[in-house]
Design a protein around this ligand. Structure first.
Ligand code: BTN
Length: 247
Protein backbone atom coordinates (compact mmCIF):
# COMPACT_ATOMS: atom_id res chain seq x y z
CA UNK A 1 0.00 0.00 0.00
CA UNK A 2 1.19 3.49 -0.83
CA UNK A 3 -0.59 5.41 1.96
CA UNK A 4 -1.11 8.52 -0.09
CA UNK A 5 -0.99 11.74 1.91
CA UNK A 6 -3.12 14.36 0.15
CA UNK A 7 -2.01 17.95 0.71
CA UNK A 8 -4.84 20.24 -0.41
CA UNK A 9 -4.06 23.69 -1.77
CA UNK A 10 -6.49 26.41 -2.81
CA UNK A 11 -4.27 28.03 -5.47
CA UNK A 12 -0.78 27.22 -6.71
CA UNK A 13 1.00 28.18 -9.92
CA UNK A 14 1.35 24.53 -10.90
CA UNK A 15 1.19 21.50 -8.63
CA UNK A 16 4.31 20.15 -10.36
CA UNK A 17 6.23 23.39 -9.65
CA UNK A 18 5.00 23.38 -6.07
CA UNK A 19 6.13 19.77 -5.63
CA UNK A 20 9.54 20.54 -7.13
CA UNK A 21 9.94 23.42 -4.68
CA UNK A 22 9.08 21.11 -1.76
CA UNK A 23 11.64 18.58 -2.99
CA UNK A 24 14.25 21.32 -3.13
CA UNK A 25 13.50 22.06 0.50
CA UNK A 26 13.55 18.34 1.36
CA UNK A 27 9.90 18.48 2.40
CA UNK A 28 8.22 16.05 0.01
CA UNK A 29 7.92 12.35 0.78
CA UNK A 30 6.98 9.18 -1.06
CA UNK A 31 3.20 9.12 -1.47
CA UNK A 32 2.64 12.84 -0.92
CA UNK A 33 0.01 14.23 -3.28
CA UNK A 34 -0.38 17.95 -3.96
CA UNK A 35 -3.98 18.57 -5.00
CA UNK A 36 -4.93 22.08 -6.09
CA UNK A 37 -8.37 23.57 -6.55
CA UNK A 38 -6.81 26.07 -8.92
CA UNK A 39 -3.58 26.44 -10.88
CA UNK A 40 -2.78 29.85 -12.28
CA UNK A 41 0.06 28.53 -14.43
CA UNK A 42 -0.85 24.91 -15.10
CA UNK A 43 1.67 23.30 -17.42
CA UNK A 44 1.28 20.76 -20.14
CA UNK A 45 4.08 18.99 -21.95
CA UNK A 46 6.68 21.30 -23.54
CA UNK A 47 5.45 24.87 -23.63
CA UNK A 48 1.78 24.03 -23.49
CA UNK A 49 -0.50 25.39 -20.82
CA UNK A 50 -2.97 23.19 -18.98
CA UNK A 51 -6.42 24.71 -18.75
CA UNK A 52 -8.52 23.81 -15.73
CA UNK A 53 -11.52 25.72 -14.39
CA UNK A 54 -11.08 26.18 -10.61
CA UNK A 55 -12.78 23.50 -8.52
CA UNK A 56 -14.05 21.52 -11.48
CA UNK A 57 -11.27 19.07 -12.20
CA UNK A 58 -8.41 17.08 -10.78
CA UNK A 59 -5.05 18.80 -10.93
CA UNK A 60 -2.49 17.04 -8.77
CA UNK A 61 1.09 15.91 -8.51
CA UNK A 62 2.15 12.70 -6.81
CA UNK A 63 5.61 12.11 -5.40
CA UNK A 64 7.15 8.64 -5.76
CA UNK A 65 10.48 7.65 -4.34
CA UNK A 66 10.87 4.19 -5.80
CA UNK A 67 13.19 1.75 -4.08
CA UNK A 68 14.67 0.22 -7.16
CA UNK A 69 13.76 1.47 -10.61
CA UNK A 70 16.57 1.87 -13.12
CA UNK A 71 16.82 5.23 -14.84
CA UNK A 72 16.47 3.41 -18.17
CA UNK A 73 13.09 2.02 -17.06
CA UNK A 74 11.47 5.39 -16.44
CA UNK A 75 8.66 4.77 -18.90
CA UNK A 76 7.26 2.00 -16.65
CA UNK A 77 5.75 4.56 -14.33
CA UNK A 78 4.14 6.49 -17.19
CA UNK A 79 2.58 3.19 -18.30
CA UNK A 80 1.24 2.42 -14.82
CA UNK A 81 -0.17 5.90 -14.31
CA UNK A 82 -1.76 5.96 -17.76
CA UNK A 83 -3.44 2.60 -17.22
CA UNK A 84 -4.63 3.62 -13.75
CA UNK A 85 -6.28 6.73 -15.19
CA UNK A 86 -7.76 4.74 -18.09
CA UNK A 87 -9.23 2.18 -15.65
CA UNK A 88 -10.64 4.90 -13.40
CA UNK A 89 -12.29 6.77 -16.28
CA UNK A 90 -13.68 3.59 -17.89
CA UNK A 91 -15.31 2.63 -14.61
CA UNK A 92 -16.70 6.10 -13.93
CA UNK A 93 -18.31 6.71 -17.31
CA UNK A 94 -18.80 3.05 -18.22
CA UNK A 95 -17.15 3.18 -21.62
CA UNK A 96 -14.64 0.89 -23.21
CA UNK A 97 -13.19 3.42 -25.67
CA UNK A 98 -10.87 5.01 -23.12
CA UNK A 99 -7.26 4.76 -24.30
CA UNK A 100 -3.70 5.98 -23.90
CA UNK A 101 -2.59 8.23 -26.70
CA UNK A 102 1.14 7.78 -26.60
CA UNK A 103 3.00 9.00 -24.73
CA UNK A 104 0.92 10.55 -21.97
CA UNK A 105 -2.54 11.65 -23.04
CA UNK A 106 -5.69 9.85 -22.01
CA UNK A 107 -8.41 9.81 -24.63
CA UNK A 108 -12.10 9.05 -24.64
CA UNK A 109 -12.84 8.17 -28.25
CA UNK A 110 -10.82 10.82 -30.13
CA UNK A 111 -10.98 13.47 -27.40
CA UNK A 112 -8.45 14.24 -24.68
CA UNK A 113 -9.72 13.91 -21.12
CA UNK A 114 -6.45 13.81 -19.20
CA UNK A 115 -2.76 14.55 -19.47
CA UNK A 116 0.17 13.26 -17.45
CA UNK A 117 3.40 15.16 -16.91
CA UNK A 118 6.17 13.08 -15.37
CA UNK A 119 9.40 14.62 -14.07
CA UNK A 120 12.14 12.17 -13.11
CA UNK A 121 15.06 12.89 -10.83
CA UNK A 122 17.91 10.45 -11.38
CA UNK A 123 20.65 9.53 -8.90
CA UNK A 124 23.38 7.43 -10.49
CA UNK A 125 21.68 4.69 -12.48
CA UNK A 126 18.47 4.76 -10.42
CA UNK A 127 15.40 6.92 -10.24
CA UNK A 128 15.47 8.85 -7.01
CA UNK A 129 12.21 10.82 -7.18
CA UNK A 130 9.33 11.06 -9.59
CA UNK A 131 6.84 13.91 -9.71
CA UNK A 132 3.81 12.72 -11.61
CA UNK A 133 1.42 15.51 -12.54
CA UNK A 134 -2.05 14.40 -13.52
CA UNK A 135 -4.70 16.69 -14.94
CA UNK A 136 -8.09 15.06 -15.45
CA UNK A 137 -11.04 17.02 -16.78
CA UNK A 138 -13.97 16.02 -14.59
CA UNK A 139 -16.82 18.54 -14.43
CA UNK A 140 -15.63 21.32 -16.76
CA UNK A 141 -17.94 21.70 -19.74
CA UNK A 142 -16.54 24.64 -21.67
CA UNK A 143 -12.88 24.90 -22.66
CA UNK A 144 -11.52 28.29 -23.64
CA UNK A 145 -7.93 27.54 -24.63
CA UNK A 146 -6.92 26.42 -28.09
CA UNK A 147 -6.23 22.87 -26.90
CA UNK A 148 -7.26 20.80 -29.91
CA UNK A 149 -9.82 18.36 -28.55
CA UNK A 150 -10.55 18.67 -24.83
CA UNK A 151 -13.35 16.77 -23.16
CA UNK A 152 -14.38 16.00 -19.60
CA UNK A 153 -16.12 13.10 -17.87
CA UNK A 154 -19.14 15.36 -17.40
CA UNK A 155 -19.59 15.44 -21.18
CA UNK A 156 -20.62 11.79 -20.94
CA UNK A 157 -23.01 11.97 -17.99
CA UNK A 158 -26.04 13.89 -16.78
CA UNK A 159 -24.63 14.92 -13.41
CA UNK A 160 -21.50 16.36 -11.89
CA UNK A 161 -18.98 14.04 -10.27
CA UNK A 162 -17.77 14.29 -6.70
CA UNK A 163 -14.10 15.27 -7.12
CA UNK A 164 -13.04 13.55 -3.89
CA UNK A 165 -14.64 10.31 -5.05
CA UNK A 166 -12.87 10.52 -8.43
CA UNK A 167 -9.60 11.28 -6.63
CA UNK A 168 -9.85 8.25 -4.37
CA UNK A 169 -10.67 5.94 -7.29
CA UNK A 170 -7.62 7.16 -9.21
CA UNK A 171 -5.32 6.83 -6.20
CA UNK A 172 -6.61 3.29 -5.53
CA UNK A 173 -5.91 2.30 -9.14
CA UNK A 174 -2.44 3.83 -9.01
CA UNK A 175 -1.77 1.89 -5.82
CA UNK A 176 -2.85 -1.37 -7.51
CA UNK A 177 -0.41 -0.87 -10.39
CA UNK A 178 2.48 0.62 -8.43
CA UNK A 179 2.44 -1.86 -5.57
CA UNK A 180 2.04 -4.99 -7.67
CA UNK A 181 5.37 -6.81 -7.16
CA UNK A 182 7.73 -5.77 -9.97
CA UNK A 183 8.52 -9.29 -11.21
CA UNK A 184 8.86 -10.32 -14.85
CA UNK A 185 5.40 -11.78 -15.07
CA UNK A 186 3.80 -8.56 -13.87
CA UNK A 187 5.91 -6.61 -16.28
CA UNK A 188 4.56 -8.71 -19.15
CA UNK A 189 0.99 -8.23 -17.96
CA UNK A 190 1.54 -4.48 -17.73
CA UNK A 191 2.93 -4.40 -21.27
CA UNK A 192 0.09 -6.39 -22.78
CA UNK A 193 -2.52 -4.34 -20.95
CA UNK A 194 -0.79 -1.17 -22.14
CA UNK A 195 -0.90 -2.35 -25.75
CA UNK A 196 -4.55 -3.31 -25.41
CA UNK A 197 -5.32 0.27 -24.34
CA UNK A 198 -2.98 2.02 -26.77
CA UNK A 199 -4.79 4.52 -29.01
CA UNK A 200 -4.64 3.45 -32.69
CA UNK A 201 -2.68 0.28 -31.90
CA UNK A 202 -2.62 -1.93 -35.01
CA UNK A 203 -4.80 0.54 -36.91
CA UNK A 204 -3.64 2.14 -40.12
CA UNK A 205 -3.55 5.93 -39.76
CA UNK A 206 -1.73 9.10 -40.83
CA UNK A 207 1.32 10.53 -39.07
CA UNK A 208 3.87 13.23 -39.72
CA UNK A 209 7.59 13.14 -39.00
CA UNK A 210 10.22 15.68 -40.10
CA UNK A 211 7.51 17.57 -41.96
CA UNK A 212 6.50 14.57 -44.06
CA UNK A 213 3.12 12.91 -43.79
CA UNK A 214 2.94 9.14 -44.02
CA UNK A 215 0.59 6.26 -43.47
CA UNK A 216 1.53 3.74 -40.82
CA UNK A 217 0.47 1.31 -38.15
CA UNK A 218 1.44 1.62 -34.50
CA UNK A 219 2.93 -1.70 -33.45
CA UNK A 220 3.90 -0.83 -29.90
CA UNK A 221 6.21 1.07 -27.58
CA UNK A 222 9.79 -0.04 -26.89
CA UNK A 223 11.39 -0.37 -23.45
CA UNK A 224 12.54 3.26 -23.52
CA UNK A 225 9.05 4.48 -24.27
CA UNK A 226 9.59 5.16 -27.97
CA UNK A 227 6.65 4.63 -30.28
CA UNK A 228 7.11 2.03 -33.01
CA UNK A 229 5.30 2.58 -36.29
CA UNK A 230 5.50 0.41 -39.39
CA UNK A 231 5.07 2.50 -42.53
CA UNK A 232 3.38 1.37 -45.73
CA UNK A 233 6.75 0.24 -47.17
CA UNK A 234 7.07 -2.14 -44.23
CA UNK A 235 9.86 -0.14 -42.55
CA UNK A 236 9.83 -0.07 -38.76
CA UNK A 237 10.31 3.43 -37.36
CA UNK A 238 11.04 4.50 -33.78
CA UNK A 239 9.94 7.87 -32.45
CA UNK A 240 10.69 9.76 -29.27
CA UNK A 241 8.18 12.25 -27.86
CA UNK A 242 7.45 15.14 -30.26
CA UNK A 243 9.26 13.43 -33.16
CA UNK A 244 5.96 12.27 -34.60
CA UNK A 245 2.60 13.95 -34.95
CA UNK A 246 -0.72 12.13 -35.08
CA UNK A 247 -2.65 13.53 -38.05
C1 BTN B 1 -0.06 17.30 -21.08
O1 BTN B 1 -1.10 16.81 -21.53
O2 BTN B 1 0.72 17.94 -21.81
C2 BTN B 1 0.24 17.11 -19.63
C3 BTN B 1 -0.73 17.86 -18.76
C4 BTN B 1 -0.45 17.73 -17.28
C5 BTN B 1 -1.34 18.61 -16.45
C6 BTN B 1 -1.16 18.40 -14.99
S1 BTN B 1 -2.33 19.25 -14.01
C7 BTN B 1 -1.45 18.89 -12.55
C8 BTN B 1 0.03 19.05 -12.90
N1 BTN B 1 0.43 20.42 -12.74
C9 BTN B 1 0.73 21.01 -13.89
O3 BTN B 1 1.07 22.20 -14.04
N2 BTN B 1 0.60 20.13 -14.90
C10 BTN B 1 0.20 18.83 -14.41
Amino acid sequence: MMNFNVIRKEVVDSTNNYAVELIRRGELNNGDVILAREQDMGRGYGNNVWESEPGKNITMSICFKPENINASDQFILTKMLSLAVVDAISGLIKRDDVSVKWPNDIYIGDMKAAGILVQNYIAGSKIDTIIAGIGLNVNQQVFLSDAPNPVSLRNFTADDFDIEMVLSIILDKIDDYYCGAPDDDLQKKLDSKYLSKLYRHKISAKYEAEGIAFEGIITGVDEYGRLTITNSEGQHKLFAHKEVKFL
